[in-house]
Ligand binder design. Structure first.
Ligand SMILES: [Zn+2]
Length: 275
């Protein structure tokens, strides 16, 4: 805003400098657009692309176990989510599900099952609009608020983390997240499992250079199908969980990672909504 007002002021005071003013505005818009189109960029505000570092002293007191976050987007899905929960249980793994608000309204029992089985639900907007990054400030805030309401109504939980649909953002998002007390989370690496039905290739994308602190992205909603017709996450997840176990990396929720981090209390403790 300041840059735009400055450009207008410059043209009013020195009309001959208009090419400079116009260039500054164009460059500003290009930078903002690039920041919004690049999901892992930090140009538009704080954005977790890795888990926060461990609190000082934790590592010294005992060898800190490595940890990663498995994040699972676009559910809940009536065909896939329950089977994903069973696979996670079998491996004593915890995950964070970035759920779509209107899907929670449709399948509230699945949302409750996610929380009952000690996983976390994050906010992935209400409608998962592909034009989310084209919404104005009010539209962005409404998508966030309606999804928070759906999560609270189904589970009694207040979500702490937000992920933008397709990772696309605009400059109106960060102020809306701050007001809603939500932290933006993207990922360290993703499996492209909405378009790639090869479990081997999805696993390879997720585990290449795997390290403690990584945030991995999979999908229970919109999952690509394997050649046998199975949602690819169901074939990837057991292999991923075995790989993590072999590397001594514990799959934990984002809130668990925040609780053991050196970050000051960025967010209040998870609170329940009075029913
Ligand atoms: Zn999504």
């Amino acid at each position: 805003m300041a840059l735009h007002l400055g450009a207008i002021g410059m043209v009013l005071v020195r009309p001959r400098w208009w090419p400079w003013a116009l260039s500054a505005v164009v460059v500003d818009q290009l930078v903002l657009t690039a920041g919004g189109l690049w999901p892992r960029s930090h140009l538009l505000g704080p954005n977790w692309t890795h888990l926060p570092p461990l609190a000082a002293g934790t590592a010294a007191a005992a060898p800190a176990p490595g940890a990663v976050a498995i994040t699972i987007d676009d559910g809940p899905d009536p065909e896939v989510t329950s089977r994903v929960l069973d696979l996670l249980d079998e491996h004593h793994a915890r995950a964070t599900f970035f759920c779509i608000g209107e899907r929670i309204d449709r399948y509230p029992a699945l949302a409750r099952a996610i929380v009952a089985r000690q996983h976390e639900i994050g906010n992935h907007s209400y409608r998962h609009l592909m034009r989310f990054s084209l919404l104005g400030p009010r539209g962005v805030a409404q998508e966030i608020a309606r999804a928070q309401e759906a999560i609270a109504a189904a589970t009694g939980e207040v979500a702490r983390f937000f992920r933008a649909p397709a990772g696309l953002r605009n400059p109106f998002l960060e102020p809306a997240l701050t007001r809603a007390n939500l932290q933006l989370v993207s990922w360290t690496r993703r499996g492209f499992d909405t378009v790639n039905g090869s479990a081997g290739r999805v696993l390879e994308s997720l585990t290449r250079d795997l390290q403690s602190g990584d945030i991995l992205l999979l999908h229970d909603g919109h999952a690509a199908r394997t050649p046998c017709g199975s949602p690819v996450i169901l074939e990837v997840l057991p292999r991923l969980l075995r790989t993590l176990a072999a590397a001594q990396l514990a799959p934990i929720t984002l809130s668990a990672a925040l609780a053991r981090s050196s970050f000051p209390a960025l967010l209040p403790a998870a609170s329940s909504v009075p029913s």
